[in-house]
Design a protein around this ligand. Structure first.
Ligand code: ACO
Length: 377
């Protein structure tokens, strides 16, 4: 590629081969480890999906039991990490900052087990870190992980100290599976770029957390919930959307770099949320969310006729996580809990067929300057 071809944001540039997931932005299709997202997300446990990504096949019953037990064994974090999380909570730092700090120390106190061990450890401790931080923020003691619970149920248990309902576990499991991997999004690319220097997986995970934090990537569902609450209260989605667009603001939960149709993950999560709200949630709130989506899509088409702006994954993420009872300040960190599996699988894949990531920038600065001593400037 010559230096004259500028690809801002690497849009449309293929930089790696991956067997992990395929995103078809025109057709609105997502395949994870060979399965259409809807089929996998609604049936698998998170451990099964993670095994699929790491090993390229679903586990047998025996393998699954061993894999679950191995992950459960890696859940506990040391006192040093608790001290950092307690401090982050006391200083009211966002959950993603706490997760970044906790992730950086994830393999402290463990035997150096190599990349595979680091990958499993990262995935296993993310829920522990997020939940402990949250408990500290509530002025409460963290809840110890329970090794008899699966990854998803244990996360909910550590957040609340209670046995989660089956509906909440299924809803969250569907969410975690749905967003575990999604091509070379910014945070996944970040993870791959880090290990491409032959750095380690904990560094990759820490950098990826930083990348996911931004509102253009993983930071959207919190503001989406604000919008859902506002339109539910006012009953005037049109007024809300027009006011936002007139103010030149973006509507969170809509638009995507790759999808030009409705994000297939929005469909999976909308169905999961509907199921949850019908049986265990505030059905009126969910009805308001659906009505808002319809109005927003219509008005976005009016606002930007040349750019198809459809519902993205974050819209129903907000509705579903809120319904299940995941606190709003933890939405992005819960996304990281899910995506950690994808990051680690990509980091291992990158390592197995590595090429140092090193794009070029087009220089647009001055040339031919000559040095002036400081007392003459
Ligand atoms: N609301 C209003 N206008 C929008 C929106 C939106 N949600 N999204 C894009 N646009 C407009 C832009 O203002 C831009 O208009 P302009 O050409 O007049 O400046 C045009 O559509 C094209 O937008 P881009 O920024 O070029 O699109 P890009 O591919 O870079 O953006 C993105 C994708 C960042 C997701 C964008 O749609 C957005 O900001 N959405 C809201 C935030 C959000 O929901 N993020 C979560 C994404 S999903 C995920 O990462 C897991």
């Amino acid at each position: 590629m010559s230096d004259t071809e500028l690809n801002r944001g690497l849009e449309g540039v293929t930089v790696a081969e991956t067997r992990l997931s395929r995103v078809d932005g025109e057709a609105g299709e997502l395949v994870i480890g060979g399965f259409p997202v809807a089929e996998l997300a609604t049936r698998a446990s998170y451990e099964e999906t993670l095994h699929l990504l790491l090993e390229d096949r679903l586990p047998s019953a025996t393998e699954l039991a061993a894999f679950r037990a191995d992950l459960a064994d890696r859940r506990i974090v040391g006192d040093e990490v608790h001290a950092v999380l307690g401090r982050a909570a006391a200083e009211d730092r966002p959950a993603m900052d706490a997760l970044r700090m906790g992730a950086a120390a994830a393999n402290l106190g463990t035997d150096a087990g190599g990349d595979e061990a680091d990958a499993r450890r990262i995935v296993a401790v993310f829920p522990t870190i997020v939940a402990a931080y949250w408990r500290y923020r509530q002025g409460r003691e963290p809840v110890a992980p329970r090794s008899d619970l699966g990854h998803t149920a244990n996360y909910l248990h550590m957040l609340t100290g209670e046995q989660p309902s089956e509906a909440a576990v299924r809803g969250l499991e569907t969410y975690l599976n749905t967003v575990i991997d999604h091509g070379l999004n910014a945070s996944t690319f970040t993870a791959r770029a880090v290990v491409s220097t032959e750095s380690d997986l904990v560094s990759a995970a820490t950098a990826a957390v930083g990348s996911l934090k931004g509102p253009l990537h993983g930071g959207a569902p919190g503001p989406v919930l604000d919008a859902l609450r506002e339109v539910h209260e006012s009953g005037d989605p049109e007024g809300y959307v027009r006011a936002k667009l007139d103010a030149g603001e973006r509507l969170m939960g809509f638009g995507h770099r790759v999808y030009r149709v409705r994000d297939p993950r929005a469909a999976v999560l909308s169905t999961a949320a509907e199921r949850f709200y019908d049986t265990a949630g505030d059905a009126d709130f969910f009805a308001a969310a659906k009505a808002y989506e319809e109005v927003a899509v219509d008005l976005l088409a009016e606002h930007k006729p040349d750019r198809k702006l459809a519902t993205n994954v974050e819209f129903y993420t907000a509705a579903l996580l809120h319904g299940i009872g995941v606190p709003q300040p933890l939405f992005t960190a819960t996304f990281a809990v899910a995506r950690a599996g994808g990051w680690m699988a990509h980091a291992l894949e990158q390592k197995s067929n590595n090429r140092l990531v090193r794009p070029v920038g087009r220089y647009v600065g001055e040339t031919g300057r000559s040095w002036t001593p400081v007392d003459e400037r």
